[in-house]
Design a protein around this ligand. Structure first.
Ligand code: FPP
Length: 240
């Protein structure tokens, strides 16, 4: 496995796009696409855990997704509840910690309760962290962090980039090394704006429901072949 992926991301972030188009292309309802998408979530979490990727973040529901038809929003939250019911006990067994990035208080009661339960049940888990971005928006996260920092009474000269990161939802976690977006779109859509400053981006035409172990491996192979310089020259990095 080490040979297959000489370099694994410490943090993989995914924008799971294309459930609706996947369903429409098969003459199915959009909800069927989301159901298939939830299966892809299980596959990808399992494989990331197996490979030893310590942080995985999935964009499951953006703050803009409330604008979708009511029935679709309800179906998405239903799938989330089903997912948590099955997966939280498994996550506990597999030592996977559940975290939520986003405004949990703005979620429906049943989902809020299940998420809080899942987070407390897995709070001790250390092998991997699964972040579900739910009711999440990147700009709102930055504004919230600034507000929380001011509320903490930090003086202006204490506003450093590192300190600021401690007030984001991802506090204590490394920035994403690799950001994957499925289904052909090539944009960030208000996702992890602060954290993705130096992330490698990988876009694939594969729709999220079809994003299985093979597609994940391909993304990881491409990532392993990238040269990350963080603004330095290759000579500086090589110590020449
Ligand atoms: C984008 O597809 C996907 C979403 C808005 C939601 C993602 C949700 C899931 C994968 C299922 C439930 C999640 C969990 C964690 C159980 P889209 O509908 O925007 O696709 P389209 O662009 O083709 O219309």
């Amino acid at each position: 496995m080490e040979q297959q992926f000489p370099l694994l991301p410490r943090h993989l972030a995914i924008i799971m796009d294309g459930n609706g188009r996947w369903a429409q292309a098969r003459g199915l309802a959009r909800v069927d696409g989301h159901r298939a998408g939830a299966e892809a979530v299980r596959t990808v979490v399992t494989e990331c855990r197996r490979l030893g990727i310590p942080h995985l973040t999935l964009y499951a529901f953006s703050s803009e997704n409330w604008n979708r038809p009511k029935a679709e929003v309800a179906a998405l939250f239903g799938l989330l509840l089903d997912f948590l019911g099955v997966e939280v006990p498994r996550m506990e067994r597999e030592d996977i910690r559940l975290m939520v990035l986003g405004d949990v208080d703005g979620l429906p009661l049943a989902q809020r309760t299940a998420l809080r339960h899942g987070m407390s049940r897995t709070a001790h888990c250390r092998s991997m962290t699964l972040n579900l971005a739910l009711n999440y928006g990147g700009r709102a996260e930055i504004v919230r962090a600034a507000r929380r920092m001011a509320e903490a009474g930090i003086a202006p000269d204490g506003y450093t980039e590192e300190r600021f990161a401690d007030f984001l939802y991802t506090e204590g976690q490394p920035d994403p090394d690799l950001l994957v977006r499925t289904s052909g779109e090539q944009r960030l859509s208000n996702y992890l704006l602060y954290q993705c400053a130096y992330s490698e981006f990988y876009f694939t035409p594969v729709a999220w429901p079809d994003f299985g172990v093979e597609a994940l491996h391909e993304a990881l192979r491409v990532y392993a072949g990238r040269s990350r310089r963080f603004g330095k020259t290759q000579e500086q990095i090589d110590g020449r």
